[in-house]
Design a protein around this ligand. Structure first.
Ligand SMILES: Cc1ncc(COP(=O)(O)O)c(C=O)c1O
Length: 496
């Protein structure tokens, strides 16, 4: 029997061999059908590179394996008992499993306090100990309070190690050894475009380094996240400034994509047999945006091969299952089939048991459209017109809108005529916040990024007898619906 062809792994190191991306058969490269590729008739062939089909089901198992392998080769893992890394997902899960097989029993991860609870459970499932850190999901490595900085410091303890995915060149080198050569060979070198989401930028830097080494004609597209639009694993332009790798040297074009488009593209792929998560949808959405712009400018031809075709590859990072709840949070109900006879489920005797600590927000969550009509005096068009004229008062005196995101996020953009009160401040000085803003006498709308922190604040306010509401889906959903926002950018032009 040909073990490699039959995909059999045996012996003492069978599992390690099975997890080693280098000893795997190539991950699939699958061409998208017309229904997922609106540019098919323009000669564009879009290929999904399915890194989600790796044994650890994610893109990060490539750098994780390569970083640990190289450390092991250099003897840096001798006597190590603990891996510490800043990561709330794929990297640390992969490090934990590979590390355990290499004889390192413990893996700990600094994770942002903004992480979803489901993600923490995922870490626990893989035996990773999460250390919750007070910082945003994509932290600044130079900041001493950041998980990246702390992980680096803890990694210097005796018999601890910090692989350091944000600056360890064995992260991109893994992709240079595996992802780049596979794609090149799978298309017989006939590749015109490569597209990937940018997180640590390891996937882009390593793969592009290989592909561009083969042909400078291969163009690369890096996809970044729109600010205030969560997508797991990828960064905004601002957050990329903190990355050590020189990704700009490898990226020819950049496209920005938001939460909703990422989840929608992922949903379309799932339903047509490409079962991949939101950051894969994000990469595809970026590629489609780019192709649309090039087509509008009549520039598609400039990317084509001699036969007039463009072979474009995008990276699929992981599966949708860890993010199941998020699809229902970010996408409209109309995207999902209805459940018939749901009332039978609700009537089941054990169905309404509340979990300890769960938030009872029922009735106080308010849809963005409804919140707009309840809190604003004018129509959407009137508010937008008045905003452009420099007017600032839109909310009745008997009402107030409070934004509990960070000051930076608030300054970036916010609901017109809303005020900022930091979440921590709100929670720790609740009585002062209530009295100084006369909240007991007013109708209050609480706003955060996604509608989770605002639920907590609304609950506390309700206990204090304040008539408060939590904006459902947060400012993310508000923006998706294109309801009026105050943006300092437009303000500069119009009124400052
Ligand atoms: C799901 C997911 N997508 C995309 C990325 C980005 O990949 P890279 O860090 O190589 O830029 C990551 C990185 O953590 C990820 O976890």
């Amino acid at each position: 029997m040909n073990q490699k062809r039959c995909n059999v792994f045996t012996g003492e190191n069978a599992i390690l061999d099975y997890l080693n991306p280098e000893s795997q058969i190539f991950t699939p490269l699958v061409e998208l059908p017309k229904v997922l590729n609106p540019f098919y008739d323009d000669g564009v062939r879009i290929y999904a590179k399915l890194l989600n089909t790796l044994p650890l089901t994610n893109v990060k198992s490539i750098p994780a394996f390569n970083m640990l392998k190289e450390m092991n080769r250099k003897g840096e893992l001798n006597d190590v008992h603990t891996i510490i890394e800043n990561s709330s997902g794929n990297t640390v899960l992969s490090l934990a499993v590979i590390g355990r097989l290499l004889g390192i029993p413990n893996t700990k991860a600094f994770v942002s306090y903004e992480v979803l609870f489901g993600k923490l459970q995922m870490l626990q499932l893989f035996g990773v100990e999460p250390l919750v850190n007070k910082e945003p999901i994509c932290p600044d490595p130079a900041d001493k309070t950041s998980g990246i900085y702390k992980a680096k410091k803890w990694g210097k303890r005796k018999d601890w190690i910090n692989p350091g995915q944000y600056e360890n060149t064995d992260n991109p080198d893994g992709h240079k050894k595996i992802t780049g050569p596979q794609i090149f060979e799978q298309l017989n070198g006939d590749v015109q475009m490569f597209c990937a989401g940018l997180g640590t930028t390891g996937t882009m830097v390593g793969t592009a380094d290989y592909l561009k080494g083969k042909s400078q004609k291969i163009k690369t597209l890096g996809v970044i996240r729109t600010p205030n639009n969560p997508v797991p694993g990828v960064r905004t332009r601002g957050l990329l400034k903190m990355i050590a790798f020189n990704w700009k040297n490898y990226v020819d074009f950049v496209e920005e994509v938001g939460t909703k488009d990422s989840f929608l593209e992922s949903l379309h792929m799932i339903r047509h047999g490409i079962v991949v998560g939101p950051s894969s949808g994000f990469a595809l959405a970026g590629l489609l945006n780019f192709l649309k712009k090039q087509k509008e400018k009549d520039l598609l031809k400039s990317f084509a091969n001699k036969e007039g075709f463009i072979n474009a590859v995008f990276i699929c990072c992981d599966s949708p299952f860890p993010y199941l709840k998020d699809y229902f949070l970010y996408l409209d109900k109309s995207n999902f089939p209805e459940i018939s006879n749901y009332e039978i489920l609700i009537d089941k005797p054990d169905q309404n048991i509340k979990l300890p600590g769960s938030v009872n927000i029922e009735g106080y969550e308010i849809e963005p459209q409804q919140a707009f009509s309840l809190f604003y005096k004018n129509s959407k068009e009137e508010v937008e017109k008045k905003l452009n004229k420099g007017e600032t008062e839109f909310v009745e005196k008997s009402s107030i809108i409070i934004d509990v995101r960070s000051k930076d996020e608030f300054d970036h953009f916010h609901l017109p005529d809303s005020i900022h009160v930091d979440y921590e401040n709100f929670i720790s000085r609740i009585k002062t916040v209530i009295s100084s803003n006369k909240l007991v006498k007013r109708k209050v709308l609480v706003v955060c990024s996604l509608g989770l922190k605002s639920n907590t604040v609304t609950n506390i306010l309700r206990k204090e007898k304040v008539q408060s509401f939590s904006l459902k889906g947060g400012i993310t959903e508000w923006s998706n619906l294109d309801l009026p926002r105050w943006k300092p950018g437009t303000c500069l032009k119009n009124r400052c």
